[in-house]
Design a binder for this molecule. Structure first.
Ligand code: FPP
Length: 246
């Protein structure tokens, strides 16, 4: 592995962890075994991102659409999430990681919600990497929720129409306190956003790789980060403009 430039790491890395089911199918195993192996990858990538000094890592763990999967798979995923959060909280404390969740938590089973609340409380004062799990998360739902809250605040006279701009709107999103992702990785060869962080990904660099999530490891993560470091982020400007400013 070539060394990464520590000054040019993404401040915020977002990941769509895809391909657990296919990984299992290729091995004639049950889908849930793919998810179990996926959890191992989560452990590895969280540890590595924290060691590298990435500020924010956001993982798409369960979408609003995932509730439509067979009940047995939903239950198994919820059990894995609960166990992961419970077993990883001590390691988050050790590594100074602050746990965070985005999504509609009211939909989570009470036992999962309890683990979430416990981990949020325990890690609240940690000052290292912010690990965000997107749970029961859908970006369109997030945007509609933000619009409703904003409209409510306006109807109540707390804000005026003239105050509404991107910064104000951003403040109503689940991600209000986070910078936008610099890099989005999606595994398993699919090239879709799948209702993930639609507003926040406006200028994010996208990286797709063919490896299924259970096979994604340090080597693949470093490859993605190298690829990111070789890119020029123009934010709508020209290359010349950027060079003049630096
Ligand atoms: C996509 O694979 C993955 C998911 C729907 C869930 C991701 C969940 C995990 C990695 C495990 C639990 C997470 C944590 C944070 C402990 P897929 O089932 O869509 O795969 P397929 O497209 O090949 O069927």
């Amino acid at each position: 592995m070539h060394t990464l430039n520590p000054d040019r790491l993404p401040r915020h890395l977002a990941v769509i962890m895809d391909g657990n089911g296919r990984w299992a199918k290729q091995r004639m195993l049950r889908r849930i075994v793919g998810h179990q192996r996926g959890v191992e990858t989560v452990r590895l990538i969280v540890e590595e991102c924290s060691t590298l000094g990435i500020g924010y890592l956001t993982l798409y763990a369960f979408s609003t659409e995932n509730w439509l999967r067979p009940k047995s798979e939903v239950t198994a995923l919820m059990t894995l999430l609960k166990k992961y959060i419970r077993s990883e909280t001590p390691r988050m404390m050790k590594n100074n990681i602050r746990f965070n969740v985005i999504g509609d938590r009211s939909e989570l089973p009470p036992d999962v919600e309890r683990e979430v609340t416990d981990a949020l409380t325990q890690t609240a004062s940690n000052s290292g990497m912010v690990l965000t799990l997107a749970l029961s998360y859908g970006s369109r739902q997030e945007i509609v929720r933000a619009a409703r809250q904003l409209a409510g605040d306006m109807a109540a006279g707390r804000i005026t129409l003239d105050e509404v701009d991107e910064t104000l709107f951003n403040g109503y999103l689940y991600t209000a306190d986070m910078p936008d992702p610099d890099l989005l990785i999606r595994t398993s060869g699919e090239m879709r956003i799948s209702n993930f962080l639609l507003w926040q990904l406006a200028y994010t660099e996208l990286y797709y790789c063919d490896v299924n999530w259970p096979d994604f490891g340090k080597k693949e993560l470093h490859r993605a980060l190298h690829d990111y470091q070789a890119r020029e982020r123009r934010f709508g400007q020209t290359s010349d403009q950027l060079q003049k400013r630096s």
